[in-house]
Design a protein around this ligand. Structure first.
Ligand code: ATP
Ligand code: MG
Length: 393
């Protein structure tokens, strides 16, 4: 007998589906949201699809806010009670250039729409009126933890090479094994990755790096990743690196580790379409990964902004092969020791009130006070520091 399962839809989603159905347009929740419900995960966005054209959806929901966010792709966004839902017409793609989906053509049925999706686990749809649609066996694959391309894998990856990266991403996030033929096609079609836009690559790479199984997937998929961008041919990850990815403080640390296994990490970082703040952070990690373990502990810890310190210092220690110092580092971070002059309990203005003239001497005095606190000669407490400052003057 079929396993019993309930398919909870939020009331707003039900209401949208109901209105579409009443107007005569078959409508479903589709793709990632169906997959996530079956995986028992919380759904972060509900994508809906229906037989209605974008114009028809806009007319039908004209009483509320409707945004024409992707008319060319057949998509409009409905805003209902503060939440946004994309409603896309059933589609099949016309032609592909390997970079992005080509012309979008309306499809007549949900089955046709599902057949152009990337992986079987992403090619399922559900409607409270029409039931569960799973023509590609996505549920079976999901239960087996298997990632399988819809249709002929070689062809699907040739049409859009981003699917290769998405495949690695889903494997890294869900821990799914990649079905053999699909995995082979990822390798054989990997040269297509070079044509993808930097934005699309970054979006998927970032999600991949955040996955719990990122390390294993990066190591196993390195042959594919060597085709990602110019300069990546030199990527060389060892089996031990897989473990290091696991120990990293977070995705930025993992990115730094990945880049550090290229011949020219800094150049590759510059090429990536990642946010400027992230670039700065990874550049600092790469630099620190070369130098930590040499200088005195508190000094280099102070180089990380306070809110990133715990995560990034951990990553830097791993990058530099100094895991052995993790305990010592944690002790310093836990102790609440000030690591920069800005973290001292006394500031420049207060020192000036004590008679210290403004200028370089003031900065020098603050640094001396910090060094005294590190040496245990004073507590980080305003009164004690003021007294010490007077002695040092
Ligand atoms: P996430 O949880 O990150 O949102 P997702 O699978 O929902 O994952 P989206 O980018 O939101 O990813 O795409 C929604 C759905 O559209 C997918 O589940 C899949 O069915 C389909 N899809 C997305 N990108 C492609 C693609 N490049 N080729 C074919 N189908 C795609
Ligand atoms: Mg999604």
């Amino acid at each position: 007998m079929e396993k019993e399962w309930s398919f909870p839809l939020p009331p707003q989603v039900e209401a949208v589906l109901e209105r579409l159905e009443r107007a005569g347009y078959p409508a479903y929740a589709v793709g990632g949201c169906v997959r996530d419900v079956l995986r028992g995960e919380t759904v972060h966005d509900w994508d809906l699809c229906s037989a209605a054209s974008p114009q028809q959806v806009m007319e039908l929901f004209a009483d509320g806010r409707v945004l024409p966010t992707g008319i060319r792709h057949g998509t409009v966004t409905l805003l209902r009670q503060g939440e946004a839902f994309e409603v896309t017409m059933f589609r099949r793609e016309g032609h592909y250039d390997g970079r992005r989906p080509g012309i979008v053509l309306p499809a007549r049925t949900i089955q046709e729409d599902l057949a152009r999706r990337d992986f079987t686990v992403n090619a399922m749809a559900y409607s409270p009126y029409r039931g569960f649609e799973d023509p590609c066996g996505g549920r079976r694959d999901l239960e087996a933890g298997l990632l399988r391309a819809v249709g002929e894998p070689e062809e699907r990856f040739r049409e859009d090479a981003l699917r290769i990266l998405r495949g690695l991403r889903f494997s890294a996030c869900f821990g799914y094994k990649i079905e053999e033929k699909t995995a082979g096609a990822m390798v054989s079609q990997a040269s297509g990755l070079g044509k993808l836009s930097g934005e699309r690559v970054w979006q998927e790479l970032w999600k991949l790096l955040a996955g719990d199984f990122a390390g294993e997937v990066l190591v196993r998929g390195q042959e594919i990743l060597r085709r990602l961008r110019p300069g990546w041919e030199s990527l060389n990850l060892s089996a031990e690196d897989g473990l290091l990815f696991r120990q990293m403080g977070g995705p930025w640390g993992r990115l730094a580790l990945l880049l550090s296994r290229l011949e020219e990490p800094e150049a590759a970082l510059l090429e990536l379409r990642c946010p400027a703040e992230g670039k700065k952070r990874v550049a600092r990690l790469l630099r620190q990964g070369k130098s930590v373990g040499h200088g005195p502990f508190p000094a280099w810890l102070g180089e990380f902004p306070r809110e990133l310190r715990r995560e990034d210092a951990r990553s830097a220690l791993i990058l530099s092969g100094n895991q052995g110092k993790m305990g010592e580092m944690a002790e310093i971070l836990d102790s609440g020791l000030p690591l920069t002059v800005g973290e001292l309990s006394i500031n420049g203005a207060q020192l000036q009130q004590l008679g210290v003239p403004p200028g370089p001497a003031l900065g020098q005095l603050l640094r001396e006070l910090l060094a005294c606190v590190w040496r245990g000669q004073a507590d980080n407490e305003a009164g004690a520091l003021a007294a010490l400052a007077k002695e040092l003057l």
